[in-house]
Design a binder for this molecule. Sequence first.
Ligand code: F6R
Length: 610
Amino acid sequence: MCGIVGAVAERNVVEILLEGLKRLEYRGYDSAGVALLQPSGELTRIRRTGKVQELADAVAEDSALGSTGIAHTRWATHGGVTERNAHPHCSSERISVVHNGIIENYLALREALTQQGYTFTSDTDTETIAHTVHAEMQKGKSLLAAVQNSVKQFHGAYGTVVMDSEDPSRVVVARSGSPLVIGLGLGENFIASDQMALLPVTRRFIFLEEGDVAEITRREVSVYDANGEPVKREVIESNIEHDAGDKGGCRHYMLKEIHEQPTVVRNALQNRLGESGLVADIFGAGADDILSKVKHVQIIACGTSYHAGMTARYWLEQYANVSCNVEIASEFRYRKSVVHQNSLLVTISQSGETADTLAALRLAKEVGYMASLTICNVPGSSLVRESDLAFMTRAGAEIGVASTKAFTTQLTAFLMLTLAVGKYNGLSEADSSSIVKALHSLPAKLEETLAITQGIEDLAEEFADKNHSLFLGRGDQYPIAMEGALKLKEISYIHAEAYASGELKHGPLALIDDEMPVIVVAPNNELLEKLKSNVEEVRARGGIMYVFADRDARFASDDTMRVINVPHCEAPIAPIVYTLPLQLLSYYVALIKGTDVDQPRNLAKSVTVE
Ligand code: F6R
């Protein structure tokens, strides 16, 4: 989704801003822009639809310079993808603004500002920020006071950076609902919506809190809370690798990230899983005390993370003997739900900034959950800071919009949570040692599974001209079928549906013909024979099947069925292992179709608006 970069320095900041935008490209956007101020106050604004490179070319052609500047990648919400709607937006050639989020009352503000004589040059909600701040400054206020007064008038979500041509020595930033991080340099300071953008220039960050407004000059950063009181926010040293944005020789980030899974899963387990069980308090200081009281788990997430939660429900109920509900965050946050006794709220998120998940966490805090835990990949993110307990998945930066390694590390985390909660709820000795043993074998199993790539490349050829597909699974493989379908539709744009295969005859069987490939996930578990009956139902109706199966599951390829053997693994880790071939299938289908694998159309990496 939209990205922000800003800088206040002595040197020319053009390259810093453009490099920052490039590092945020993975989040998805459709236009980009920059506003630069020279020490004399000369303002240059350049905007382009399309890629950041087109903006960079235009900036180079213009020889634009500036020691203070703001830049933005826009993912259209209000107003089409046009240059006039791209950020930064300006008021009276004086105030320039970039903004992530949505100003929900923008129509009312727009009307009032128009009556005051302001002319709007875009269809965006953001332009109301520029004019509102300008109107406040006309009352004789400083930029800081003008922004503080302006934000009181906004409803909705914003991460915004404001620059004044009459004072190039500072920018003022405000956060509510959309993340902002200040990067601390030597004699220069920076602002961004994501620390990734600033890693080439600093590793020291201040993560702004909800309601914060900050004034940033070259030498000083002053933060004020929602009440306007000066506050000290912790400076955090980032350990994210500087070159996390490198494709490591792969054609796409997604492929690199798929192949990183054995390593990142190993990292996720390191120092957390001992020979015979979990190390104490791996879910945070004092976590075991909280987990010992848990009698119910409510999981909240979106998209791929939701599929991790759905899988976890099977594990928590089967092994840990605690009841578990899983719900999509955008549903949970807008309905009344019943809070069970001793219920732990678990949010899952790669980014830690997903607007709906964050809103659900905030709601849950008000309605009486015992405690909250987030399973998250980004240290310092909003979910991590606002949850009682946090478990970092250690997947490393995930750049491909389609989530891969974040998902498998989330599942790994959930197996550990199953052990931790199960310990106090009658997890059997046999199940406990089976999960521990399976987890220890997981990185090697994932390596073995990735070695079957070649077969999947060939298979992808048969999919590329299809318009629809059906994914089937049972038990804890049903959410994996859902995840497989999501991956395929996201990056290849082929319509894909997932069903619990027992549901086939209740409707979807009507869809089966030889133009509708059916993908089946078939580990050798207690539901195999049931699954085989479902496979026969498809075969009897002329369906063409692609079965990812354990070699001991005794499926044989024939005219109507292509079998791809997946290495045999212990039952608890089978959902993680079977995820990999489905990711590879989507990747190779997308490759053949020539879609933008890493930045699929219409999608954004971090969904910071609802
Ligand atoms: C799909 C995908 C999305 C995210 C969803 C939630 O590949 O990545 O469905 O899983 O937008 O994002 P997070 O996990 O950041 O909360």
